[in-house]
Write a protein that binds this ligand. Structure first.
Ligand code: GLA
Length: 391
């Protein structure tokens, strides 16, 4: 990860354009880029019609796209040095490939969005979003492809449609039973705001983030990577679905009391308790942001982390170490912290006073290094704009 004080590097979109020209000897017809995300609060509730509060972050993925030559389609992941070739239009590839995980994200979006009218396609992907850090690098690639493809085909592209196509790609081609949060925030992000997303009707409500003079968000990557298709995520989702079928209704509408009326395992009860309380925490976090009450917001983040650790059981010791250290720094400029995203690895977010950011970062890094023998990477992020076409 880069630190905010490093010299400015070329954007993912610029790199995509240059690499496309070099690889295919022509200008791309379209270039689009979309951001990664962090979730401020509202974890593991999007797939039960809950409420989430993510924001889009500075690092972006970009796609350059142009017509294929000689009846061939070529997909290039520039940063991974991967190139996959197909004869004809990509829509002719009907099944995901076990050997080309990267290409499955792209094929999935192409299929979900209705293809390319049999036209072969050259595609080149670049990204500044670290892979496996829990910052939704895949969703960013899928959303930017959706936008580039829509422009290429002359089709309209609203954020909700882009997000749904990306989610379908994850479900049908990548094999991740994810919710809609990651792709919707990547498509609809607003500079300076988090978005309260109601995952029942997909209504988006911007909630202003604190000004950079009041607080900044620091991401610390545990360096532990975990694929959401590995099983732990689906297992949590199954628990929630089992409880919902016993309740005969959504966890979104359930109360803690209603859980005592149904026969469910202790483990499912703990997971459902997390979901019910997490939805309430999102609304409390929105109220704290609106009131400018950062100490209260910080406590809500810490509560959310404890719940993910003890009830939902998706945290790991490395993330707990980062969050516990941050919690000890309350009163010294850190308001609160929590793991962000699906868990089992990935990153934590820390809400910090700007004047204390460097000290907090150093303390967290040193504590982590003393235990795990390596320094975690970290970066300061701001709430950024979602997908865009790059002129
Ligand atoms: C992953 C999924 C999201 C969401 C989070 C947990 O990021 O892709 O849909 O479920 O985990 O909140």
């Amino acid at each position: 990860m880069t630190r905010s004080n490093e010299p400015e590097a070329p954007s993912a979109a610029d790199r995509a354009r240059v690499a496309f020209r070099r690889r295919f000897g022509a200008e791309p017809t379209q270039v689009a880029s979309a951001p990664g995300r962090v979730n401020l609060i509202g974890e593991h509730v999007d797939y039960t019609q809950g409420i989430v509060l993510p924001f889009a972050i500075d690092p972006r993925a970009a796609i350059a796209i142009g017509p294929g030559i000689d009846h061939r389609s070529v997909f290039v992941a520039e940063d991974l040095a991967i190139s996959v070739e197909y004869s004809g239009a990509p829509i002719s590839v009907a099944d995901p490939s076990p050997d080309h995980r990267f290409a499955n994200h792209l094929l999935g979006v192409i299929h979900a969005s209705g293809g390319t009218s049999e036209r072969p396609l050259n595609l080149l992907v670049t990204s500044d979003i670290p892979i496996g850090a829990g910052l939704s690098s895949s969703a960013a690639v899928e959303v930017s492809l959706g936008a580039a493809l829509a422009a290429f085909m002359g089709r309209p592209a609203d954020p909700h449609t882009l997000a749904k196509h990306a989610q379908t790609a994850e479900h049908d081609f990548v094999g991740t039973p994810c919710g809609i949060m990651d792709m919707l925030i990547s498509a609809a992000g607003i500079a300076g705001s988090a978005l309260r997303i109601d995952c029942r009707d997909l209504r988006l409500t911007p909630v202003a983030m604190p000004s950079p003079k009041e607080a900044v968000v620091l991401i610390v990557d545990s360096g532990v990577t975990h694929r959401l298709s590995d099983g732990g995520y689906a297992d949590r989702r199954d628990s929630c679905e089992r409880v919902q079928s016993m309740l005969a209704g959504s966890l979104r509408d359930a109360s803690l009391e209603s859980l005592s009326d149904v026969e469910i395992s202790e483990r499912d009860r703990k997971r459902a308790t997390h979901v019910i309380e997490e939805n309430a925490r999102v609304n409390a976090a929105v109220a704290a942001l609106e009131a400018g009450d950062l100490p209260v917001l910080g406590e809500i983040l810490l509560d959310g982390h404890r719940s993910l650790r003890d009830l939902f059981e998706v945290s790991i010791p490395e993330l707990d170490c980062i969050v516990d250290t941050a919690a000890e720094l309350r009163g010294d400029g850190c308001f609160g912290a929590r793991m962000t995203g699906g868990g089992f690895g990935g990153s934590a977010i820390l809400l910090v006073a700007p004047t204390a950011a460097e000290t907090v970062r150093r303390t967290v890094e040193q504590r982590f290094a003393a235990i795990y023998g390596r320094t975690p990477t970290s970066m300061m992020v701001q709430a950024c704009e979602g997908v865009r076409l790059e002129s």
